[in-house]
Design a binder for this molecule. Structure first.
Ligand code: ZN
Length: 263
């Protein structure tokens, strides 16, 4: 069967294991059922996720113009602590920034090969954790807006990583006694004084179960370097498709790419 369309990040449904759906324009392809099957991917063009232009994708699925102009690609998407919508100050489009920033946010610890701290809208849980390939996650604060969550993250990232090391995440080895609640206790005193009231003290560590077994070695490829790829799908973790031989494709890193998919 052949499909053709623009890649968006995979849609997920939490379960045992997590279910993955590849978004290809008008088609939604159940990826779990393709494990152990051969897949062909051919890169044939681009389509900006914002304006639909066929110019080369610049970053995050956006063409260069949209990346520098769209409120969905603004700096506060990456750095929440710079948020200003709660002050009524516009960055690129105040109305959209209000809708993104002025809602409950969660600060969490997650295990993605290392323990890391992160921030997300409450509505994005557990999607955000799944996208990052976290095996464990624990909310440690709930705030009223994005700015507050960002300020907590900034204080904590002096003591904890805030970036995911994709290779470590895919190597998937963790200690069985890894306890995020215990880890939270260790950094409790680093919580900024002004934001203490957002601290949450429950012990509900979430464990996520991927259709995935780590291979011996982990290497990634891009459709820029390899526009005609063919391989047997072996599993999925985070937003990565794992192919036989330890070759990984970061689906999210290819948002806006137009492909032909043969299954
Ligand atoms: Zn664009």
């Amino acid at each position: 069967m052949q499909f053709r369309g623009q890649i968006l990040k995979m849609t997920t449904q939490n379960g045992k294991p997590i279910q993955y759906f590849l978004n290809l324009s008008h088609d939604l392809i159940v990826m779990n059922q393709l494990v152990d099957h051969k897949i062909k991917i051919k890169h044939i063009g681009y389509e900006c996720v914002n304006c639909g232009s066929d110019e080369k994708i610049y970053r995050m699925g956006f063409c260069k113009k949209c990346f520098f102009e769209s409120p969905y690609a603004s700096e506060t998407i990456i750095r929440p602590e710079l948020s200003t919508a709660h002050l009524g100050i516009e960055e690129r489009n105040l109305e959209i920034e209000r809708s993104i920033q002025l809602q409950p946010h969660i600060v969490y610890l997650a295990y993605t090969g290392d323990v890391k701290v992160g921030v997300t809208r409450e509505s994005q849980i557990p999607t955000r954790w799944i996208d990052q390939g976290a095996t464990f996650a624990l909310p440690i604060a709930k705030t009223e807006n994005r700015y507050e969550a960002g300020m907590i993250e900034v204080a904590l990232k002096e003591h904890v990583a805030d970036k995911t090391n994709w290779k470590k995440m895919l190597e998937d080895d963790y200690e069985d006694d890894l306890d995020l609640a215990q880890f939270r206790e260790k950094i409790k005193n680093d919580f900024p004084v002004d934001f203490q009231n957002f601290y949450r003290d429950n012990n509900e560590v979430v464990r996520l179960d991927y259709p995935y077994v780590a291979p011996e070695k982990v290497t990634s490829f891009t459709l820029d370097k390899n526009p005609n790829f063919e391989g047997v799908l072996k599993g999925i973790k985070g937003q990565y498709l794992a192919f036989e031989g330890g070759h990984f494709l970061n689906v999210r890193g290819h948002e806006g790419y137009v492909i032909e998919l043969e299954i």
